[in-house]
Design a protein around this ligand. Structure first.
Ligand SMILES: O=C1C[C@@](O)(C(=O)O)C[C@@H](O)[C@@H]1O
Length: 257
């Protein structure tokens, strides 16, 4: 399976080791929903939990976000938490935070000690160095990501995105794209395999929607270190329930080399 030269250890979880990790998203709109989802998901023991904070109505209130993150931390125990504020341009909820406001929010949330990883989009390139610096300062791992909900760019462009993430100092590079054909699905897998050979950091890749769902199961064989699966609610098209992903991964791991 996917072994990265620079696998990342977060709490007791190895990302980019020889076992693909399962990450379940939390998409609640208020603290009550977020914490209830965290409870339900934690019971299913994913390797990672992602808080998609762009779904959180009080996203503008840094203190409320940090307090909720701390409560999630208490519930999740030792399961690492990935904090994500996805922009609308890359498939997130409409929120009106500027990048400067996001930076302040990131600082407050990193400072709270509640989160382990932070996702930031490569598209906001001018802000990436500041996000890298602050995450490093608080010991939070940085995932630099690229999403395209309309199409799948060429294999070369996908590899270039992952390389760009590594060059910007990402701990992990992530690419999520929408296929319109089976060729697109293959392009994503080929890009993953090439990036695995050429890069040192762990990769997270997926082709979305029903056409791409297969990549959420076999991506690990080509170098994807994490697959996103539904714990309570889906955060993107094509996600499969955690129980079914776990069953399939165990068969793949048993018989593949
Ligand atoms: O980037 C990703 C991947 C994702 O879009 C998916 O397709 O599973 C789901 C998002 O929540 C996450 O931030």
């Amino acid at each position: 399976m996917a072994i990265s030269k620079r696998a990342v250890r977060v709490r007791n979880v190895l990302i980019g080791g020889d076992e693909p990790c399962i990450c379940a998203p939390v998409v609640g709109a208020d603290a009550g929903q977020v914490l209830e989802e965290t409870r339900q998901i934690s019971a299913k023991k994913p390797h990672l939990i992602e808080w998609r904070a762009d779904f959180f109505q009080a996203i503008h209130d840094e203190q409320q976000v940090a307090a909720t993150a701390r409560e999630m931390r208490a519930i999740a125990g030792d399961i690492p938490i990935l904090f994500t504020v996805r922009s609308e341009l890359e498939g997130g909820r409409p929120i009106s935070l500027t990048e400067e406001e996001k930076l302040r929010l990131f600082e407050t949330v990193c400072q709270s000690g509640a989160i382990d990883l932070l996702d930031y989009e490569l598209a906001h390139e001018p802000y990436v160095p500041a996000v890298r610096q602050l995450t490093r300062c608080y010991g939070v791992r940085l995932v630099l990501s690229y999403h395209n909900f309309d199409c799948t760019p060429s294999k070369e462009e996908l590899v270039a995105k992952m390389r760009q993430a590594e060059q910007h100092g990402a701990d992990i590079a992530k690419v999520a794209v929408m296929p319109t054909s089976r060729q697109d699905v293959l392009a994503l897998l080929q890009a993953t395999e090439e990036a695995r050979q050429g890069l040192e950091i762990p990769l997270i890749t997926m082709s979305m929607g029903g056409l791409g769902a297969i990549t959420r199961l076999v991506g690990g064989l080509f170098g994807s270190a994490v697959t996103f699966a539904v714990g309570q609610q889906s955060s993107a098209p094509g996600q499969i329930p955690i129980e079914e992903v776990r069953d399939v991964l165990s068969v793949i791991m048993k018989y593949s080399q």
